[in-house]
Design a protein around this ligand. Structure first.
Ligand code: ADP
Length: 250
């Protein structure tokens, strides 16, 4: 689904991504691991259009998407989750979900004057969709809570929920488990597995928690020093000498 070919991303003289090549298969939950500073987040940002690569190529279903801005990738169903932006923390969970889809009729002046019924219909449909997403993620009891009051794990579920509002095809999740308790991490893991199995989502997940990676991800790709070191099941990766050396070296 996604092919990354010899991608480099330099910051001045520093090669954060240094010739990375990999493939993400449709329908997979691919784990991206590696020591701190390996270039995982930078590569994510290049694929998701947040950063332009210095060189190299990224294709999606055979189409060249190198350097396309995030909103164009969004329309192709490629999303990278971000922490809930500061200005959204005072809105409720449900309002946060309803903010996501673009291109609604309410956005143009013409429609403000002449399309009131259509806007009302769309808003009802959005509301129903938001409630369906909240139920799927088992956080419907939080719908009227301000996003800023959510725990770290609940915020991650909300980030995942935002991708469901637009029916994403491939979602890039960065550090899902950071600061999240075990119970919620399991809930997040369950939601990812269900989205993958029931809704055909492909996931790429950066995560340090190896239990989480082991439960969810096949294959696992290990990066170090801006390059892809190895790919395989978690057990194969753990037994790979180059991988062990990369982790010991940090
Ligand atoms: P990882 O996600 O694997 O921990 P990162 O992609 O965050 O690694 O970072 C890879 C390297 O690139 C790090 O050494 C980091 O300091 C450096 N880096 C990341 N972003 C920038 C930037 N905007 N400017 C300069 N250096 C950066």
């Amino acid at each position: 689904m996604i092919v990354v070919e010899d991608v480099h991303k330099h910051f001045g003289g520093f090669h954060a991504v240094d010739g990375a090549s990999l493939e993400i298969e449709q329908g997979s939950i691919t784990g991206l691991i590696g020591p701190n500073g390996a270039g995982k987040t930078t590569l994510f940002n290049v694929i998701a259009g947040v950063l332009k690569p210095t060189s190299g190529r990224v294709t999606m279903a055979g189409q060249n998407i190198t350097g396309l801005p995030p909103h164009e990738l969004f329309h192709k169903g490629l999303l990278r989750t971000f922490q809930i932006a500061h200005e959204f923390t005072s809105m409720t969970v449900r309002e946060n979900l309803m903010m996501v889809p673009g291109g609604q009729s309410g956005e143009t002046l013409w429609n403000t004057w002449f399309g009131r019924k259509r806007i009302a219909d769309e808003e009802r449909a959005l509301l129903a969709k938001a409630d369906e997403v909240l139920e799927f993620l088992t956080i419907d009891h939080l719908k009227d809570e301000r996003a800023g009051n959510l725990s770290g794990g609940q915020k991650k579920l909300l980030e995942l929920g935002r991708t469901m509002m637009v029916d994403a095809k491939i979602v890039f999740l960065d550090e899902v488990g950071a600061g999240v308790n075990r119970t919620l991490l399991n809930t997040i893991g369950d939601a990812i597995i269900r989205l993958n199995k029931e809704r055909n989502y492909t996931f790429v997940v950066i995560e340090h928690d190896m239990d989480f990676i082991g439960r969810l991800c096949d294959p696992v790709i290990c990066m170090a020093e801006g390059k892809v070191l190895a790919q395989g099941t978690l057990d194969e990766i753990k037994a790979n000498e180059q991988v062990i050396e990369a982790y010991l070296g940090t």
